[in-house]
Design a protein around this ligand. Structure first.
Ligand SMILES: Cc1cc2nc3c(=O)[nH]c(=O)nc-3n(C[C@H](O)[C@H](O)[C@H](O)COP(=O)(O)O)c2cc1C
Length: 456
């Protein structure tokens, strides 16, 4: 089934394997995509995935996530995006741009600024975001965000993409409004399950109106928020405690998903968890060294940033592993059963994500009706030729992704690539692999690392 084409709202994908969002420092300082982005995306298309979902591109001029990530907050970004998108499409691969707003989860900034703490409600969160506090958005600010989403959606269409995806997961702004632990509003945007959905409702309606019914449009949705992972250090707590610890569960999200279908959404891209990185979205190890690197790199931005970095530096590694590592483990197809339920009970096409790597497992997930499509990020970063290997009947690549999660945190500071030393004969080899990602494909394929991989 993996290689059976699928058509969703008029867009046909040549197979059921998608490259999931991979954000990285692939843009110039102002957020215009660079050749590094074009070459990076093209590599996946060349190796046979049916489609690519882009990194989360920022809809507004503020709340970047993080610096030097591609933007879609102004018309000037359209043309450079179009070039890269058409290069991918020329290889038979579909391209979907994912758009979002990080809200108070904005992890870094050129200079610390108040816009980076805007959210559904006032609060404090030690783990996510760099600003000391989060602040409730005013109604005009919310209305502006809705307009920004609609304008960004039009730009996605103008860039020649095959589709558009909105991130309502990852603990980003829309998710902060959906989640009862971070949305304590009492106006029309909070106070009940229904009212917390209002921002997403308005964003989806505005986008559909702006791009029309015939444009492929999906939502990235967390099936369960699991607020307790990693360690939940948010203030104030909310009542009942269940809401604080779990946030929305699949039951609330099923009601949201049904409404999304009625609003004209074409598919759901299912993950889990609240916040990036998260053990339910990125199942695997907790990358303690990388987290220290990242938190130290943002310590100058706020008092919270300084406190967080100090705590991480002074806490002995085994203790840190116990505290922050709760719930971190690898499980293939972490979110498959939730995807299956959403697919069955909502009736929209569903993309499952999280920890897929073995051919037979992917095949079984599709054949058993758990999902319509599977998306992968880390395994493709480790082995971009995975679709070709699957086509040849290979069950697993020779040096599979170990789900160490180093790439997921390093992305904020370093070039994209695989940072798992165990997968390489030497550090030089690992470095060559990383540097090759931004080269144009012909050059990259000619590097000693890639020649050796192909046995030349
Ligand atoms: C380096 C890296 C960058 C990522 N960037 C994004 C992003 O910009 N937007 C997003 O929705 N998910 C992002 N993700 C999450 C992946 O899309 C995916 O959900 C997650 O890695 C689990 O899938 P996997 O097990 O196939 O890697 C990123 C993951 C990695 C490893």
């Amino acid at each position: 089934m993996i290689f059976e084409p699928i058509t969703i709202n008029g867009v046909t994908f040549r197979n059921r394997l998608l490259r999931s969002s991979i954000g990285g420092r692939t843009a110039y300082y102002d957020g215009t995509v660079s050749n590094a982005w074009k070459n990076f995306e093209r590599r996946f298309a060349e190796h046979g995935v049916g489609g690519i979902v882009s990194a989360t591109l920022n809809v507004g001029p503020e709340r970047w996530s993080p610096l030097e990530y591609p933007q879609i907050s102004a018309d000037k970004f359209i043309e450079p995006l179009r070039e890269g998108v058409s290069a991918v499409q020329a290889l038979g691969c579909r391209y979907i741009i994912q758009i979002g707003d990080a809200g108070y989860h904005t992890q870094t900034s050129l200079f610390s600024q108040r816009a980076d703490q805007m959210s559904a409600s006032n609060g404090f969160d030690l783990i996510y975001g760099y600003r000391t506090r989060s602040s409730a958005m005013s109604i005009p600010e919310i209305e502006e965000v809705v307009r920004q989403f609609a304008r960004a959606a039009v730009r996605v269409r103008e860039a020649g993409c095959d589709g558009l995806e909105v991130t309502a997961s990852k603990g980003y702004l829309i998710h902060q409004f959906l989640n009862p632990a971070t949305n304590r509003r009492t106006d029309r945007y909070g106070g009940s399950t229904e009212k917390r959905f209002r921002l997403l409702h308005e964003v989806v309606s505005a986008i559909r109106k702006a791009v029309g019914r015939d444009f492929l449009f999906g939502i990235r949705l967390s099936a369960n928020d699991f607020n307790y992972l990693p360690v939940n250090l948010r203030w104030p707590p909310v009542w009942p405690p269940q809401r604080y610890w779990f946030g929305n569960t699949i039951e609330e999200n099923l009601t949201y998903a049904r409404q999304l279908k009625e609003l004209g959404v074409d598919y759901l891209h299912v993950s889990n968890g609240f916040g990036f990185i998260n053990p339910k979205e990125n199942p695997g190890d907790i990358p303690i060294d990388e987290m220290r690197m990242f938190f130290n790199s943002t310590r100058h931005l706020s008092r919270k940033g300084a406190l967080r970095a100090t705590l991480l530096n002074v806490t002995p590694r085994p203790l840190l592993r116990r505290l922050l590592g709760a719930g971190w483990r690898y499980r293939q197809g972490e979110n498959l059963e939730d995807a299956r339920r959403l697919r069955r009970e909502v009736g929209l096409p569903v993309i499952a994500n999280g920890g897929f790597q073995d051919r037979s497992y992917v095949e079984q997930a599709l054949a058993s009706g758990g999902c319509d499509v599977v998306s992968m990020a880390r395994p493709l970063l480790a082995n971009p030729d995975l679709p070709r290997l699957f086509e040849q009947g290979v069950e697993k690549p020779e040096k599979p992704c170990t789900f160490c999660n180093r790439c997921a945190v390093r992305t904020t500071l370093f070039p994209l690539g695989c940072y798992e030393p165990a997968r390489f004969a030497s550090l030089e080899e690992m470095e060559a692999q990383i540097l090759a990602w931004s080269a144009n494909p012909e050059e990259a394929e000619a590097t000693p690392y890639h020649r050796a991989r192909r046995g030349l």
